[in-house]
Design a protein around this ligand. Structure first.
Ligand code: NIG
Ligand code: FE
Length: 389
């Protein structure tokens, strides 16, 4: 079955060789042909070939489906009280994770999966067609493995985060917990995961522990990504680059040496402004990273503690308003940037042969994602060629 979408006022392709020649490869008055689950043709609206099915975009904008390369969606419960306390002046610490660990352990598989599909539905309705998600709220061999088993039913981008915090069961013996995370827990989790992550931060894992954990994961065929430099300066970013992690996530507190390492390395800086919004912290400086030539991704970090939003459009608006990004840069980072953070070439762009993941906005331009914050602009979503919204 083939579908042509015609009369697209502005088509974001992320292919700089077409359209306006910018990184977004913006084509005006465009059409796209979807054949099966792939993009089959892209060009001017008037030259569009005949297909089985025709959709008139009505002079609106189309862009690649968002690639949310960082979320924590296998959990139970919420942390309304903690958020409320923060908004009355209390600070955020990693310790709140324990609340969600207790709720997640107590939940049934069915409850966890129902929760996950609920938040995935939210994300899809806001234009997300590819997402990564992590374990990290189980922290026992069985609870981490079941989180990943459930996640793997919904995405190929599954991350083992047994090293989220030291499990409360091992509070007196962090070394024993690191041994578990790099041993029995890793063995149980590796079959379900593509990635290994560690929260490298004060109150979680230090640089030496993080190195041991990521190295052990790599030996089992998992590729590293790192929660780095979120709450304080620290070794996470440079460790990520050294280990060729796909992504260093958060990047809120960066020295010049951290920025230089990212610029020289192959690691994407994934910025998660929902976390700064919900913890009332200072914004990561996207401008500084972009000006240094760093590849930047923008994602939600959706989790019940530090960033309870599934909305990539919201993150785009924050990044433009408060992190020095242009609307074009923010849209690129939430699509092609997310794909780069997952080392994917088949998503995050609209080129012939790419996956037919598209978002139709009820707006004439992708710029409206930042210009009209909080407005539900996503009016159509195709995932693998199937219209879902
Ligand atoms: O990415 N930083 C560590 N993990 C999450 C927060 C988890 C939580 O508070 O439950 C994050 O912000
Ligand atoms: Fe996170």
């Amino acid at each position: 079955m083939s579908t042509v979408i015609t009369n697209i006022a502005g088509l974001v392709t992320n292919d700089p060789s077409v359209g306006d020649g910018s990184p977004l490869g913006l084509i005006r008055d465009a059409a796209v042909v979807i054949d099966g689950d792939r993009i089959a043709w892209i060009g001017g609206s008037s030259g569009a070939p005949a297909t089985d099915h025709r959709v008139d975009a009505g002079g609106r904008a189309v862009l690649p489906g968002f690639v949310d390369s960082h979320s924590h969606l296998v959990f139970a419960g919420d942390r309304t009280e903690e958020f409320n306390a923060r908004m009355s002046g209390r600070g955020y610490t990693a310790g709140g994770i324990r609340t969600t660990v207790a709720a997640t352990r107590a939940a049934s598989d069915e409850d966890l999966e129902r929760n996950l599909t609920h938040y995935l539905g939210e994300a899809l309705r806001q234009g997300t067609t590819t997402f990564e998600t992590k374990s990290g709220y189980g922290l026992t061999v069985e609870d981490e493995a079941r989180a990943l088993r459930i996640a793997a039913r919904h995405t190929e981008e599954v991350t083992y985060l047994g090293a989220h915090i030291v499990s409360p069961d091992h509070a007196d013996d962090p070394a024993a917990y690191v041994a578990l995370v790099t041993g029995e827990m890793l063995d149980a989790c590796a079959p379900y995961a593509r990635w290994i992550d560690v929260f490298c931060e004060k109150g979680a894992f230090d640089g030496d522990q993080a190195r041991a954990i990521l190295t052990a994961g790599r030996a089992k065929g998992l590729h590293p990504r790192v929660h780095a430099n979120q709450l304080t300066y620290g070794p996470g970013v440079q460790l990520a680059v050294e280990l060729d992690a796909a992504s260093a996530d958060h990047c809120t507190h960066l020295t010049d040496a951290d920025v230089a390492a990212l610029a020289d390395g192959n690691t994407v800086a994934t910025l998660l402004p929902g976390a700064e919004f919900s913890t009332r912290a200072a914004w990561p400086d996207a401008r500084r990273l972009l000006d240094a030539g760093v590849t930047v991704a923008l994602s939600t970090d959706c989790n019940p503690g530090s960033s309870f939003t599934s909305s990539v459009p919201f993150c785009i608006a924050l990044a433009v308003r408060d992190m020095g990004m242009t609307p074009d840069e923010a849209v690129w980072s939430a699509t092609a940037g997310g794909a780069a953070a997952l080392r994917r070439e088949d998503v995050g762009r609209l080129t012939v042969g790419a996956r037919a993941d598209l978002t139709l906005l009820d707006a004439p331009s992708h710029v409206h994602l930042a210009y009209r914050p909080g407005v539900p602009l996503v009016t159509g979503v195709w995932r693998r060629g199937v219209r879902e919204v």
